[in-house]
Design a binder for this molecule. Structure first.
Ligand code: NAP
Length: 250
């Protein structure tokens, strides 16, 4: 079966590995193209936006895609909106691989806010030392709170325009471990962390480190993402694809 994986996450790559090893499926992994040197993948990769819903419908048709798995990041809402609309229009079944959110644990000092702009405001007036892990696309939002000293961890260097003035950039790709995260927070004398609730294990070590050090976290809430058939793991996505295949009688 011809499968399109909407990716950019650990789970999307794990599903690609499962499908690469399964002769019943022929998968392509789609990336937004934000990362200049994405990690090698075990299936063919296409890169860049489709051109909205109409572009995705055309792609599904042209490539004779028989099933789509939306395995994008929990905060990549636009792609998921488009996937639901395009799959409905094209009559292609859609599964959505949803990574459970992190749950607050005893000792966690989280302040939940609805957006990245609200996170910048929540830092308050007195200057603080802030560790920011929101990704390159939204770092400029913190220019609205220029009194703070920011340490930002990113995979790619951001455009230099409009960034907060007091900023240290760390170019690193996860996964990260807890001891290294604690060391980083201590060395940089961080007193608050801003994070998305990404879920999963690859970036959880920073949350465990804040708990151990008694540091507060400004946690940006997840956007509502529309979904197809919800699956919780790459293995469950594969089982769903097998079911779709049997429905097609192949
Ligand atoms: P987004 O806001 O939902 O998407 C914006 C546009 O980028 C989409 O309308 C689509 O363009 C294109 N796009 C997004 N994901 C794509 C994909 N997998 N394949 C092809 N085109 C894609 O998404 P985003 O927040 O920019 O995230 C982009 C990618 O980075 C996603 O693959 C996501 O999984 C990954 N990522 C995001 C975050 C985050 O915090 N947002 C964190 C880690 C990884 P067209 O309308 O032209 O089709």
């Amino acid at each position: 079966m011809r499968v399109l994986i909407l990716g950019g996450t650990t789970e999307a790559s794990a599903l690609a590995r499962l499908l690469a090893a399964d002769a019943r499926h022929e998968a392509t992994l789609s990336l937004a193209g934000r990362t200049a040197r994405p990690l090698p993948q075990p299936v063919p990769v296409r890169s860049g936006g489709f051109g909205g819903v109409a572009g995705l419908v055309e792609h599904l048709d042209r490539e004779r895609i028989e099933a789509v798995v939306d395995a994008t990041h929990p905060y990549a809402a636009r792609m998921s909106v488009n996937a639901v609309a395009a799959c409905a229009e094209a009559g292609v079944p859609l599964a959505s691989l949803r990574r459970p959110a992190w749950e607050r644990q005893p000792g966690d000092l989280w302040q939940e806010v609805p957006s990245t702009a609200a996170a910048a405001a929540a830092l308050g007036d007195p200057p603080r030392r802030v560790f920011v892990t929101v990704g390159r696309q939204e770092l400029h939002v913190f220019a609205a709170a220029p009194q703070h000293r920011y340490v930002a961890r990113l995979i790619e260097t951001p455009d230099q325009d409009g960034l907060p003035p007091d900023l240290v950039l760390l170019r690193q790709r996860g996964p990260f471990d807890r001891a290294a995260e604690e060391r980083l927070l201590r060395e940089q004398a961080i007193d608050v962390v801003v994070s998305k609730n990404a879920g999963g294990s690859a970036t959880y070590a920073k949350i465990a480190a804040t708990r151990a050090l008694g540091l507060p976290v400004v946690m940006i809430a997840r956007p509502d993402k529309p979904v197809g058939h919800v699956v919780a793991s790459p293995e469950a996505a594969l089982a769903w694809l097998d079911h779709q295949r049997s429905l097609r009688g192949v």
